[in-house]
Design a protein. Sequence first.
Length: 296
Amino acid sequence: MTELVVLSGKGGTGKTTVVGSLAVLAVDKLVADCDVDAANLHLLMSPRIEEAEPYEGAELAEIDPRKCTGCGTCARACRFTAIGCSEGTYHVVPLSCEGCGVCAHVCPAGAVTMAARLSGHVYVSSTPYGTLVHGELRPGEEATGKLVAQVKRRAREQAIREGQELVLVDGAPGIGCPVIASLSGSAAALVVTEPSRSALHDLERVVALVRHFGARVFLAMNKADVEVSAARETRMWAEAEGLPLLGWIPYDEDVTRAQVAGRPLVEYSSGGAARAVRDLWWRLDEELLQKAKDGR
Ligand code: SF4
Ligand code: SF4
């Protein structure tokens, strides 16, 4: 089983548009949406939830009023001002509590306990394009590497169960903890970028991260014809770094139309961007799956 994670140096580069189309083009695959902070792949894939698994994020402090003496030590120690007091009774404000456990540590009466908190769910859904594993956070909860790791674990289990050849992962943007969790254990990464100086800077950082984890790196340039000189600069950088630039996707208004229609680009359009994404998949398939099968 091969795992390909699609990344971008920052949000808004067209990463999810690419993943949504690869999900249509690839056969024998399962898709995992690890961009849990801005999970929107489900908008393109029309999922029907088949299974839900609870996700427990940071713990939540709880004060036992029978043991609490009202000394206020916990409230003074909490740097997130997550402990309030009304009429002499101390209580935890759940949305402010970061689960650090300091209050439980300092409470002289042993009145504070740390409890698991339901922060969201990991879903296994059926779609017209195969199985999608995705996460959803409850309001006020932050995306964490822990949730991404749970989505990936569930996706791998499901892919093995289904006998899939490829796990296609929509990774989080940037280079933070959720990205590292998206990348962990993946054999290869496709990094989607745009033609601009700042995008090249972001690209350099994410490529360094992928290399650190020992995964193969492939690149795709989205809106490649919008800033020709910046696109050329990125191409030259990729050549100097020995990175295969497998996709050269032109600006195409069909991309926005497909998003508005809630459909994967390659299914909605036969225009320039859709053709370029098909070519990108053909080259990726050759690099990732066909060469492995042929022992090349
Ligand atoms: S430190 Fe313990 S005893 Fe003091 S107010 Fe907080 S919960 Fe109550
Ligand atoms: S666990 Fe940390 S953040 Fe939550 S109430 Fe206690 S001290 Fe504050």
